[in-house]
Unconditional design. Sequence first.
Length: 247
Amino acid sequence: MLIISLVLFQIVIFIGLIYMFKHILNRNVVLATKHLEELNQDYSKKEKDINRRLEEAKRKSEELLSVARNEAEKQRLDIANQAAAERDKILKEARVRSEEIVEQADRSRKVIIAELDERIAKEAINKACESIQNTLPEEFKQDVHSRWVRDLIENGFKKIGQLKIIKGIKEIKVLTAFPLSDSDRAELLKKVNKLLGSNMDLKEELDPKIVAGIIVEIGSLVLDGSLRHKILGQVAMLDASGKEADE
């Protein structure tokens, strides 16, 4: 009987232990399940927060990308406009420079043409004077020379008294195609001294290249009564009339 009682007691204790273990296990399972649900809820919450952050980051990245694209397009347009403006500036400067070069070349051409014309005219005058000097009879040239000398003495000094002659000049220079006669020399010197109110000497030089007539130099004043001067005047008149005709 004692043994049976012990056995029953042990069975009761074992059943109690089993019940207690079961209760503990159930409680632990419930706690674990609750913890898992809490973890699951926390994970879902974190997942939503992560998804929200990802969406926000994606939206911000799209905004930044759009801003970057707009800024890049703006810079591209600015660079294109600057390049176009620089190109236009370079073209304008090149155009102005080319026009300046053309104008300079045209001025140089006109200067060269004028110099050539002057050289040709001088050479033509020299040739004309040389031809006249070699062609005309000596008596004819001397006769013309005498007439022009007397004409210059009588009529060429009318306005000389109104001109300002540098003070201190004591000599007049006369270039003559033929030697002056004593009477012409004396009359010329008398005329000049009377008009200028001074007492000058006369220096005479022969220059056959002027063909006929004389050239009187009083300081910077020059009275040209030579055939060469008359030929030069005719050439200038012809040149002026030719330019007027061209215009």
